[in-house]
Ligand binder design. Structure first.
Ligand code: ADP
Ligand code: MG
Length: 267
């Protein structure tokens, strides 16, 4: 694995992401309620918990993907560099450049490997083709994919293996130099070897980005994260039941539900 990310310093200038009293509903149904957490820059936060407790919905709030969902209402605050990104004044195009997202199923564009990365760069204003090419190479290097694809940059991205496609999607996101990378079960569609590659990439990327990783794999959460947050469905909606440094959450959880979940008796 190329570890170019380690040469870089965190791009978030020390400001935490502050989530305060965040609640989300779809039409009249509450998905999660009163979520408050602080996320330190250049750390990996694992979000765990059973299906349906609002983990994906929570991630979608952070880059305003929720704007696209009919009937979705978000209340509360998400402060990034002190500004509430849920505000009407937020420039969402700029925001989504700063906050990248990786999905469970790799979703390369049906274009060449090269254009998967160069097209968004162009969209975000990088007019110089040579500069775009340099960024394409650098990003593919950062995810350890350059040597595997440098001789077929103009072939379809969909011809890559699932693990390579996921790394391409990560390269596409980091080419835009985001500050925050949201990963929604990034390994769950991958074979064990590709999952291990993505895990080591998460380790390398945390030197530079702030990562929030949803995973249903508790062992993976323990391996990759600095902080762990457990979501749980109580009274019909998601809530946080445990939140702290990963070692503490896994070895000394204070909440009874969290203890049972970590111990494998629930969930
Ligand atoms: N677009 C949507 N419209 C209506 N309900 C939704 C939508 N997306 C998710 N939900 C509901 O919100 C709850 C939380 O879903 P989700 O955020 O996907 O949970 P998780 O990622 O933890 O499995 C679930 O009950 C789900 O059915
Ligand atoms: Mg989900």
């Amino acid at each position: 694995m190329n570890d170019n990310c380690t040469e870089n310093v965190c791009v978030m200038n020390g400001d935490p992401i502050i989530v305060k009293d965040l609640s989300l509903r779809y039409h009249n149904r509450v998905a999660f309620k009163d979520v408050s957490i602080n996320l330190s820059p250049c750390t990996v936060t694992a979000l765990i918990g059973p299906s349906g407790c609002g983990k994906t919905s929570f991630l979608n709030c952070i880059n305003r993907m929720t704007d696209f969902v009919d009937g979705c209402q978000v209340r509360g605050q998400i402060r990034v560099h002190g500004e509430n990104i849920l505000s009407k004044q937020t420039d969402v195009v700029k925001l989504r450049r700063k906050i990248g997202m990786i999905f469970q199923k790799p979703n390369p564009f049906p274009l060449s490997i090269d254009r998967n990365i160069s097209m968004p760069l162009r969209y975000h204003g990088i007019k110089d083709a040579k500069q775009r090419q340099e960024i394409v190479e650098k990003s593919l290097n950062e995810v350890g994919l350059w040597d595997e694809v440098k001789d077929r940059l103009h072939t379809q991205a969909t011809s890559l293996s699932g693990g390579q496609q996921q790394r391409l999607c990560i390269a596409r996101a980091i080419a835009l130099e985001p500050e925050i990378l949201l990963m929604d079960e990034p390994c769950s569609a991958l074979d064990p070897q590709s999952s291990a590659t993505i895990e080591s990439l998460i380790g390398a990327m945390r030197k530079k980005f702030t990562l929030i990783v949803v995973t249903h794999n508790l062992a993976q959460a323990k391996r990759v994260s600095d902080k762990t947050v457990i979501f749980w469905n109580y009274e019909g909606f998601g809530q946080i039941v445990e939140d702290g440094p990963t070692d503490q959450v896994f070895f000394k959880p204070s909440n009874k539900t969290a203890q049972a979940y970590i111990g494998g008796h629930l969930g």
